[in-house]
Every structure is written in structure tokens, then in C-alpha cells.
Design a binder for this molecule. Sequence first.
Ligand SMILES: NC(=O)c1ccc[n+]([C@@H]2O[C@H](COP(=O)([O-])OP(=O)(O)OC[C@H]3O[C@@H](n4cnc5c(N)ncnc54)[C@H](OP(=O)(O)O)[C@@H]3O)[C@@H](O)[C@H]2O)c1
Length: 167
Amino acid sequence: MHWPVPGKRLDTWRAMEHLLETGKVRAIGVSNYMVRHLDELLARTESPPAVNQIELSPYNWASRRAVLDLCAANHIAVEAYSPLTKGRQLADPPLVAMAGRHGKTTAQVLIRWALQKGFIVLPKSTRPQRIAANADVFDFDLTDKDMAALDALDQGLTTGWDPTNAP
Ligand SMILES: NC(=O)c1ccc[n+]([C@@H]2O[C@H](COP(=O)([O-])OP(=O)(O)OC[C@H]3O[C@@H](n4cnc5c(N)ncnc54)[C@H](OP(=O)(O)O)[C@@H]3O)[C@@H](O)[C@H]2O)c1
């Protein structure tokens, strides 16, 4: 389910649960579910989502800590969309400096941050070279100090519609 649409989401979820029970699908999940939407789903339906896909990057993750904790407590995988901030923060000086220290691009550092947080990462590029580079993130590690520095970049940035207060 792409969005927590008011008035429709429980019926839609129950229809998806039927698909799961009848073996037509192997897993069902949600996107843009914040705490209130997940609380409702967990309290009023049978199957927890396998995954919740939400916007996540160092520039907004801290303001989403509550939903991340709720997902962790309920074994819901977290998938990070727009992990490259739609390109907006790729020239941010602290990020550029860190990428330089690792001999990597700023996009690779953001993807590596998300992986080390335990998220599934969903970056997008239309360019084959960038797609390949964005997947080339398994030959380096961010240190604890790097992770802490990236964690400190939060500024509540959302590049799309923010579902936090959606009814
Ligand atoms: N569930 C939802 O509601 C939701 C909402 C938004 C997005 N998404 C999904 O999340 C995925 C990614 O999100 P997104 O496209 O919004 O943002 P993103 O992955 O954070 O950023 C994509 C932008 O970054 C550029 N880019 C990619 N790799 C780069 C690199 N190595 N160096 C420099 N620039 C680079 C791309 O340009 P080029 O193409 O020119 O490389 C594009 O402009 C998409 O598949 C999208 O469908 C889901």
C-alpha cells in the first residue's frame, strides 16, 4: 500500500491479507506509514506488514526515530526511499569531505549509511554508470565516528509529501 489513505486503509489491508492467506502473494507491505498508521494496522488487523517504505536519509532520519523503533519492535523491515535526497544534499560540505576521505562519491556514502543502519535502500538513477556506482558500496565501511557525524546532519528534510501527520 503506497500511502496511508484515510478511510480505505484497513479494508485494503484486509484484502491484501486475503491474498497472503490464499498464497497469491508471498509478502505484503506498506509505504509512508508513520506511527499512528502502523499502530492502527497492528491493533486492528491480523498480519503485520513485512516492510514499511519511507523517506530516509541522514537529513531526516532522527525525526523518524519513533517509527523506526516501532518497526524494529515488530520485525518490520524498513526500506529507505529517496536515500540520496533526490540529489539535493549531494554537495553538502561535510558529506563531500567524508566521501573524499573514503575515496567514494557522496551518493555512495549516503547508501552505505542506510545499509549500516539496517535499512533496505532504494536509490534511483536513470544513468547506467550511476546505477553501477550506487551498487558499488561493499568495499568500504563507515566508522562509528562517520555514522555519528552523518546522524547529526538531520534537519527534518523531506523531499516529497511528509505523511507524519496524515490522518
Ligand atoms: N513510496 C513512495 O512514496 C516513494 C516516494 C518517492 C520515491 N520513491 C521511490 O524511491 C526511489 C528513489 O527515490 P527518488 O528518485 O525520489 O530519490 P533519490 O534516489 O534520493 O535521488 C534520485 C536523484 O538522484 C540522482 N542521482 C542518483 N544517483 C546519483 C549519483 N550517483 N550521483 C549524482 N546524482 C545521482 C538522480 O539523477 P539521475 O537519474 O540523473 O542520475 C535523481 O535526480 C524511486 O525508485 C522512487 O520510486 C518512493
